[in-house]
Design a protein around this ligand. Structure first.
Ligand code: PEP
Length: 246
């Protein structure tokens, strides 16, 4: 089975570095997506090889109008985005994003047929207190509230403690294979209960320090449909090493 592998460039790369990166992407049998900063989305779209799709890293809760600095789902569609990340833990932490706002963003994206990449995951305190499943359910219920027809949809399980954020500056480790497997099974069972047969189309990815070293083992897990990759997606060499999985 091919995997969905998404690069999350965050607030990195210049337009020139991004265009240069694109010329170096190796062909892959997996589905590849790049979540780029806004300013060169359109330029990137024109340069990307056909097998690579474009994603935004966020979208506004508003649909348009007098909302200085915001970017709408319609604008992202026009720029060529097929996907959009929502609810990334960095935004939940630094921008205090709520599940309600994330739900609104998802509804806006669905109107424009942009596939949401919903990030969920527990922090270290919640993990230690054995609250992982409770947190996942709360985030899923909140973000997917009122949604009956789900269509194409991506969930990224990203335990906050495994993401190499700049918050602490410390090198963190990825989740164990057992940890990843358990969380993915739990999420998939929840989706099956909630969306019945529609859940077959929902992809569940793992994110949190995915590297060329650990990605083959993670991808071998059948319950893992792919990965959301941060730091290791910034260099073509390490990203190519991850996407060559088959
Ligand atoms: C992320 O923040 O979505 C992520 C997966 O980052 P990293 O791979 O650097 O942990």
């Amino acid at each position: 089975m091919s995997k969905l592998i998404i690069a999350n460039w965050k607030m990195n790369m210049s337009a020139n570095a991004a265009m240069n990166f694109v010329t170096k992407i190796s062909k892959s049998k997996n589905q590849i997506v790049i979540a780029s900063p806004y300013t060169f989305l359109k330029r990137l779209k024109n340069q990307l090889p056909g097998f690579v799709k474009l994603a935004s890293q966020d979208v506004s809760i508003y649909e348009g109008g007098s909302k200085t600095g915001e970017i709408s789902a319609q604008m992202l569609k026009e720029a060529g985005c097929s996907y959009c990340i929502v609810g990334h833990s960095e935004r939940r932490i630094f921008k205090h994003e709520t599940d309600e706002e994330i739900n609104t963003k998802i509804l806006n994206l669905l109107k424009f047929k942009i596939t949401p990449i919903l990030c969920i995951g527990e922090n270290i305190k919640q993990k230690k207190m054995g609250q992982t499943n409770k947190v996942l359910v709360g985030q899923l219920e909140g973000a997917l509230k009122g949604i009956k027809k789900i269509g194409n949809f991506v969930i990224a399980y990203e335990p906050v403690w495994a993401i190499s954020t700049f918050q602490t500056g410390k090198i963190k480790k990825s989740a164990s294979l057992d940890n990843i497997k358990k969380a993915h099974i739990f999420i998939k069972n929840w989706l099956k209960k909630r969306f019945k047969s529609q859940s077959n189309k929902i992809k569940v990815l793992y994110g949190g320090t995915v590297t060329p070293q650990n990605s083959p083992e993670i991808f071998k897990l059948k319950v893992v449909d792919g990965a959301l990759v941060g730091a290791a997606s910034l260099k073509a060499s390490s990203f190519n090493a991850i996407i060559k999985f088959n």
